[in-house]
Design a protein around this ligand. Structure first.
Ligand code: GUN
Ligand code: ZN
Length: 446
């Protein structure tokens, strides 16, 4: 585990920098909004792992704070990745396939290796440290069908103090032998994992249906029953990502009105449901998502890489459905949420739309937190929130410094940062105030 994994002895630390977060949801297309809160050159005060306040850097710090002076740097809430696969680091950038072939050719064989506790344990540590080294402090994660992969992931998240939502992947058909479970065994695993991990510290269990084609009706019903029995559980799955996939679901579930309706019939749509993609939905689907309070995890890098399609963010937003942002690695090509933000901009540009830096950044911080029911804990730098946050350089090399120097106004500067920055810009990532990533050399970090 990297960096100095301790708090100051007093528990009180102060970080100096340009504080940026949101007090509300920015409007689509508005570069000037009252919802962004920018506090240049302030101290952010942290006590016992929580934000307690902020003050201009011109005011002397109260006594007893350990000061970390990042003047001239950007301080943001930690990013929240609402859909990512911890066992797919080894398939990032796999050539030449769309979703269904990609799963069979690359992804299922890679996931099958996580039956081995050593592979699962090392994979979980590599994955979470890589998230932290890119400024992601909370995530909603698919491990694999194997119980051990979930145990390893939760254990590694607990060691790092992270807010993590995850669950055992359910798949009892249309998958290789070494990745298939059965209804009774899967239910037993889920119940054991729920009692071991759900609600412990910052961990929560998600009923994790891989996608409709790999679960029988009986397994979907079992998953729905788990959700009904405990409304504090999350549910995560994929929906309407790829056109061949949508056609296949229509063949497998001829009675369902749509792909989304398969999940509705099983009782899987509720306020804690996180559905990845949602590219090929219609207005009735979106209205249903809104009615159930479920959210879509938009995964632009994955959608571009796998050639899945262009997500209609404005229609989803107009329908009143929350949209969060997700890397969807290994379909996505980068764990970085900054890369995800700029790919989101490009997807909207292809559809003739303009995504502001504010809508994008909000979706990756406060918006995701609220959609997950975690707004009281993460997503902003508000007093009372857990101090999950990151310190970023505005620029690390001459082109970036030049671009920042000529930017006129805050939106232009933040948008250019979002377009140019990468993980080398990350100086420090803190989880509950504790530094879990610290850059050593700007040229070789992460
Ligand atoms: N649909 C079912 N499984 C997967 C997966 O692992 N990745 C993506 N992108 N889509 C899926
Ligand atoms: Zn996915």
């Amino acid at each position: 585990m990297p960096a100095s994994a301790t708090l100051a002895p007093s528990g009180r630390i102060a970080l100096r920098g340009d504080l940026l977060d949101f007090t509300g949801e920015p409007e689509w297309g508005e570069a000037h909004t009252g919802m962004v809160r920018f506090r240049p050159d302030h101290w952010l005060l942290i006590d016992g792992g929580h934000v307690t306040g902020a003050q201009p850097a011109t005011r002397p710090l109260p006594a007893g704070y350990e000061a970390h002076d990042h003047a001239g740097r950007l301080i943001l809430p930690g990013f929240i990745d609402t859909h990512v696969h911890s066992a797919q680091l080894g398939v990032i950038g796999s050539y030449g396939t769309e979703l269904l072939d990609w799963l069979n050719t690359y992804t299922f064989p890679a996931e099958a290796r996580h039956v081995d506790p050593d592979v699962a344990g090392q994979g979980a540590a590599l994955f979470l440290d890589a998230l932290l080294a890119r400024g992601t402090t909370a995530a909603v994660v698919f491990p694999t069908v194997h119980k051990v992969s979930v145990d390893c992931l939760f254990r590694a998240a607990r060691q790092r103090g992270m807010r993590l939502v995850a669950g055992k992947v359910l798949m009892d058909r249309h998958a290789p032998d070494d990745l298939r479970d059965d209804v009774a065994g899967a239910e037993r695993d889920c119940l054991e994992l729920i009692s071991a991990w759900h609600g412990r510290e910052r961990l929560a269990f998600a009923v994790t249906v891989r996608f409709a084609p790999t679960s029988s009706e009986a397994q979907l019903a079992m998953a729905g029953a788990l959700c009904r029995a405990d409304p504090t559980l999350y549910m995560q799955t994929h929906v309407a990502e790829n056109r061949d996939e949508v056609r296949w679901v229509a063949e497998l579930f001829p009675d369902a009105r749509s792909y989304l309706d398969v999940y509705e019939r099983a009782g899987l749509l509720h306020a804690r449901s996180v559905l990845a993609h949602g590219i090929w939905l219609d207005g009735t689907d979106r209205a249903l998502l809104r009615e159930r309070g479920a959210q879509l995890a938009h995964s632009p890098s994955s959608n571009l890489f796998l050639g899945s399609g262009l997500f209609d963010w404005p229609a989803t937003r107009d329908a009143g459905v929350a949209v969060s942002l997700a890397s969807d690695v290994g379909g996505g090509t980068d764990l970085s949420m900054i890369a995800t933000l700029r790919d989101a901009y490009k997807v909207q540009a292809m559809a003739g739309q303009r995504l502001t830096a504010w809508v994008a950044l909000h979706a990756a911080t406060r918006g995701a937190a609220n959609a997950l029911g975690l707004g009281h804990e993460i997503g902003t730098l508000e007093a009372g929130r857990v101090a999950d946050l990151c310190v970023w350089d505005w620029a690390v090399e001459p082109v970036g410094r030049h671009r920042m120097a000529v930017a006129r106004g805050l939106h232009e500067k933040v948008f250019a940062w979002m377009t140019l920055a990468d993980r080398t810009h990350l100086v420090s990532a803190r989880v509950a105030g504790v530094e879990r990533y610290a850059r050593t050399d700007p040229a070789s970090s992460g």
